[in-house]
Design a protein. Structure first.
Length: 611
């Protein structure tokens, strides 16, 4: 073999040297990346100071389950519009751990960012606050502005402060919605409605221009009960004279005029707030409680810094015998759905994981749902029955709402717990099939053709429904209602007639549902877990507790961990524009047409939004 010439050797040397430099640069880049990762990871588990304040700052609504999976949420953190939600269990756990943690000498609850939240979730956090106060450590609530929901929590604190330019607004409870019957008629739409239940009001916006007397009676009774619970809870927490909260709401303008026109001063004069403090004054107050940090603020750490470490030290979390908690939150739909929505297949898969896990001896299904697909509700109910057949008791725990399809799921549980303020019941069935053949005709469009039977082409939205099709739809709806009330009667040990009397789409608070036999006990999630353990013959302290959740792929989990390594990002509290608000209302209006996907078009859903 001939020797290489000098030119070949020169280029070979250059290539070899260049390749070596490339490898060195590659190694340096990798070391740089890993250095960033290690630094980020070390920052994600900071050493928490001793004798400091735990800062809890909920943003957006308190929810049982964050919408979207962890990967979607991590991606949204990189956008300008992350979802504004805080897990209620995170706040409850933080207070629970802080109660006995010597590092935590006070809790600062900053409530300016709290959004619309159901009363039952607020009561869950308030219970945790009352338990924390048993430690003797101060619990201080502050806000620039207090919404009605935020003030409910603040009232349970030891000290309540608001900014001097702030406002505490208490408006009571109400239920208002838009009605579209005239608009539907002007658009020449035929909105075919099928329902069973004199109080099943979900369909009324499409058939009326006002609230029906039945809905007015049922909803009026509901909001009166919720308002009474709110007033009583706040008055007891703040040791107010009976009638103070009602007077504050009814006579706010007159009360403001009495103190010289300062809305913030009214809250102090009526005893709802202890004092008005600027941000700097709040900072000085906290420094006096826990000491000063090196940056001039008070010594403290945030909830999301604290929780990962506290949970690692929770020795009671998982044991050889456990109660599994499965969250069923959102509208009930067919198929696989992301967290924040209840999917027939996805939620059933979580229940099957509990069934196949030998360490799980009992299950609590935590329901926060106004219902949805009747078919999907029944599929999930079948999985609950499978757990019971396997000897694993199931307890239903109702959050803010467990109505219609949400109650369908709960009815078969071995025991049902509700909060006094849970919205439940709404036992009824409906279906809707709008057609637009008159609109098409007005625009000069017609539909024609042939078929082999009377059903051929019948369920097209561009054709008028025949009387036979309408009769078939109504038969299906009535059969669904009969199945619903029989299911409740069988599981609750009641006569079908007795169930029918409290059904018909009527909504109830948890307190009234207990009186009517729809639930077994009033209690929170912890009470439901204890009851499930008792049903499985597990003694206190012998069992653990964990949530069964949808899981990510290894790649998705790596990306989530990587993005989370620098610590949680607190989203800016940007308010929706008027256009975005309107768009959201339109999306809500179109849900029955664009989102609900029951195979038979039959729904057990409660339009029970309370503001």
């Amino acid at each position: 073999m001939s020797q290489r010439g000098p030119i070949v050797r020169l280029f070979s040397a250059i290539w070899t040297g260049g390749d070596g430099i490339r490898k060195i640069l590659h190694l340096l880049v990798l070391l740089f990346i890993f250095g960033i990762l290690l630094a980020a990871l070390s920052d994600s588990t900071p050493i928490l100071p001793n004798e400091a304040a735990l800062r809890i700052q909920p943003v957006g609504s308190l929810v049982e389950e964050l919408e979207g999976d962890a990967y979607d949420r991590a991606m949204e953190e990189l956008t300008e519009n992350p979802r504004f939600q805080t897990l209620v269990q995170d706040v409850v756990d933080a207070l629970k751990y802080a109660k006995d943690d010597p590092r935590v000498s006070a809790v600062h609850l900053e409530l300016s960012g709290l959004g619309a939240t159901g009363l039952s979730k607020l009561r869950q956090v308030a219970d945790a606050m009352e338990s924390f106060k048993e430690s003797g450590k101060p619990l201080i609530a502050t806000a620039d502005f207090y919404s009605q929901q935020a003030y409910y929590l603040a009232a349970h604190a030891d000290q309540v402060y608001m900014h001097p330019e702030g406002l505490l607004f208490v408006q009571g409870f109400g239920s208002y919605r838009q009605y579209f019957a005239d608009a539907i008629d002007k658009l020449k739409l035929d909105w075919n409605i099928f329902r069973v239940g004199t109080h099943k009001s979900f369909v009324e916006p499409y058939t009326r221009m006002d609230m029906s007397p039945e809905d007015r009676e049922s909803t009026g009774r509901l909001i009166d009960e919720l308002w009474e619970i709110y007033r009583n809870d706040v008055s007891a927490a703040r040791d107010l004279v009976d009638g103070t909260v009602q007077n504050y709401a009814d006579n706010f303008v007159a009360l403001t005029q009495e103190v010289g026109g300062d809305p913030a001063a009214v809250s102090v004069s009526q005893g709802l707030v202890d004092d008005l403090l600027t941000h700097a004054e709040v900072r000085e107050l906290m420094i006096a409680e826990v000491g000063e940090d090196k940056d001039g603020s008070y010594r403290g750490f945030g909830m999301y810094e604290y929780l990962p470490q506290a949970r690692l030290l929770d020795v009671d979390k998982v044991k050889e015998q456990n109660v599994a908690v499965v969250i069923a939150s959102g509208d009930i739909m067919f198929g696989v759905q992301p967290p924040g929505t209840i999917g027939a297949e996805s939620t059933s898969e979580l229940l099957r994981r509990a069934l196949n896990n030998d360490s799980v001896k009992a299950v609590v299904i935590r329901i926060d749902s106004p219902g949805g697909s009747a078919f999907a509700s029944d599929v999930i109910a079948n999985e609950i029955e499978a757990l019971q057949v396997a000897g694993k008791p199931v307890v239903a725990s109702m959050s803010s709402v467990a109505a219609s399809g949400g109650y369908w799921i709960a009815a078969g549980a071995d025991k049902i717990f509700a909060s006094p303020s849970t919205i439940t019941g709404s036992i009824g069935i409906f279906g809707m099939f709008p057609t637009y053949q008159r609109t098409a005709e007005y625009l000069g469009v017609s539909t024609d053709g042939v078929g082999t039977t009377q059903w051929s082409g019948q369920f097209r939205p561009d054709r008028e429904m025949s009387e036979a099709a309408k009769e078939l739809f109504q038969v299906v709806i009535e059969d669904g209602y009969a199945d619903f009330i029989k299911r409740v009667a069988d599981y609750r040990g009641m006569d079908v007639e007795a169930v029918d009397a409290i059904a018909q789409g009527k909504v109830w608070t948890g307190k009234s549902a207990l009186e009517n036999g729809l639930v077994d006990e009033l209690g929170n999630l912890d009470a439901a877990v204890r009851a499930a353990a008792e049903l499985a013959n597990m003694e206190e302290g012998s069992y653990g507790r964990f949530r069964i959740e949808s899981s990510l792929s290894p790649t998705e989990q790596f990306i989530v961990d990587l993005l989370s390594a620098t610590g949680p990002v607190l989203p800016s509290m940007r308010r929706n524009s008027a256009l975005e608000t309107v768009a959201g209302e339109v999306e809500e209006l179109l849900k029955p047409l664009t989102r609900f996907n029951d195979p038979k078009g039959v729904y057990a859903h409660c339009l029970c939004t309370i503001e």
